[in-house]
Design a protein around this ligand. Structure first.
Ligand SMILES: NC(=O)c1ccc[n+]([C@@H]2O[C@H](COP(=O)([O-])OP(=O)(O)OC[C@H]3O[C@@H](n4cnc5c(N)ncnc54)[C@H](OP(=O)(O)O)[C@@H]3O)[C@@H](O)[C@H]2O)c1
Length: 267
């Protein structure tokens, strides 16, 4: 048994007199958070795609309350959410989350401008919406005025009029499946072909379940929210169960105000 609080393989030890991370009330700076959550360095063969998910769950496993994740989140959770976005080339998200959470384009943040430029990244990550039906409001800022064009990941048999509407609005449509739907492994390859290897998915549960089942998820950043909601909310990953549970290992854990910010890597 190991005592995991304050955790850490990767997080800096507190300086003498500074107290423990998470226990000292000290707010981690964005730079510290960015260092703690850095994507793996490219190997000798060059960058390969790394897909990280960022999700929040209550103690009883709810991934939303009243249809949104905001009620189970916190200010620190949003700080990590923003940091993970700032590290990513692209944010992959299911269409239902876009519709329910009213997704907007990712914004450029001054704090990360230099590090993104040094990493060869655009000022903000692209949002990539996974959708079969393309039943999206293409007049929204997500499509009409992002800093970098919003991507649509869909299947080869997507309705041509919806594809045309997406492209007319300024979105870039990528085919990543033979039928109506997207094949997760193909989606990862399609994004890598555009040079996007630092991948972040923000769910939702139906999309995440497929990424898990397809074996393309490298890492899960899971916020455990100190709340109980009961009810019948979705868990963070849904859909058909995998045959053998996928094993992940704990990489790091931070705490603030009772929220645990865990980071698990594929074993
Ligand atoms: N706790 C958290 O961290 C967290 C994170 C995100 C979301 N949420 C919550 O989760 C809820 C929404 O999640 P959800 O699971 O219902 O939906 P979702 O995964 O966000 O989106 C499902 C939609 O994505 C598209 N899609 C998924 N897999 C696809 C595939 N293989 N090929 C093509 N399209 C595919 C389909 O879009 P079309 O219908 O357009 O074809 C499908 O209806 C919201 O309440 C949100 O607040 C929670």
């Amino acid at each position: 048994m190991r005592r995991l609080f304050p955790v850490t393989d990767e997080t800096a030890a507190p300086a003498p007199g500074e107290g423990a991370v998470g226990g000292d009330g000290r707010e981690w700076g964005l730079e510290e958070l960015a260092a703690a959550y850095a994507y793996p360095e490219p190997g000798p063969g060059g960058p390969r795609p790394w897909l990280r998910a960022n999700m929040v769950s209550t103690l009883d496993g709810a991934a939303q309350h009243d249809g949104r994740s905001q009620p189970i989140s916190s200010a620190a959770d949003m700080r990590i959410f923003g940091t993970l976005r700032a590290l990513a080339d692209v944010v992959v998200v299911g269409a239902e989350t876009v519709r329910q959470e009213g997704y907007r384009p990712a914004r450029a943040r001054a704090e990360f401008a230099a590090s993104r430029e040094a990493a060869g990244q655009a000022p903000a990550p692209a949002i990539a919406v996974v959708t079969a039906g393309l039943d999206l409001d293409f007049s929204l800022p997500l499509f009409t005025s992002p800093l970098v064009p919003t991507l649509i990941l869909t299947g080869a048999s997507a309705a041509p009029d919806r594809v045309a509407a997406a492209e007319k609005a300024g979105a870039r449509v990528l085919t990543a499946g033979e039928g109506i739907g997207v094949d997760p492994a193909r989606a990862v390859r399609a994004l890598a072909d555009l040079g996007h290897t630092r991948l972040l998915t923000e769910g939702g549960p139906r999309l995440l379940g497929q990424l898990v089942a397809a074996g393309v998820l490298d890492e899960l950043c899971l916020t455990v929210s100190p709340m109980l909601t009961a009810g019948d909310a979705q868990r963070i990953a849904g859909g058909p169960a995998v045959t053998v549970p996928r094993r992940f290992r704990l990489v790091s854990m931070l705490e603030e105000d009772g929220f645990l910010f865990t980071r698990y890597g594929r074993s």
